[in-house]
Design a protein around this ligand. Sequence first.
Ligand code: AMP
Ligand code: ZN
Length: 114
Amino acid sequence: MDDCLFCKIVNGAIPAERVYEDERAIAIRDVNPKAPAHVLVLPRTHEATLSEYAAQHDNGDIGHLLRVAAELGKRYGEERGFRVAVNEGGDGGQTVYHVHLHVLAGRPFTWPPG
Ligand code: AMP
Ligand code: ZN
C-alpha cells in the first residue's frame, strides 16, 4: 500500500522507534503517547482493520499479534498491568487504517473507556 503511513514505517521509508520486530510484526512507540508507555503492534502485511486482518489470516497469525502485545505489556507494565486496545472504524476511533494493537502501560486505566 503506497499511501499507507504504517506500511511506510514497516518498510523503513518513514522512521519510527522500533521496540520489537519479527517476521510477522513490528512494534513502535506511538508518536502521541496516551500513557508513560504506549506502543503499537503492526503486522507487516497491509490490512486496514482488525476485521479485514481476521478475514485474510489464520488463527496463528491473529494469535501472534496478541502474543506480541502481551509480551510488550509485561515488559512495560511489569506486575502492575497494562491495557491492549484495537480501534476499528469511526465509532471505534480508528485514525490510521493499517490494523494495529495499542499496548498502554505505566498508569492505571479506567473502564469503560470514554
Ligand atoms: P488509531 O487512532 O487507533 O488508528 O491509532 C493510531 C495511532 O497512531 C495514534 O495513537 C497515533 O498517535 C499514532 N501515530 C500516528 N502517526 C504515527 C507515527 N508516524 N508514528 C507513530 N505513531 C503514530
Ligand atoms: Zn499499511
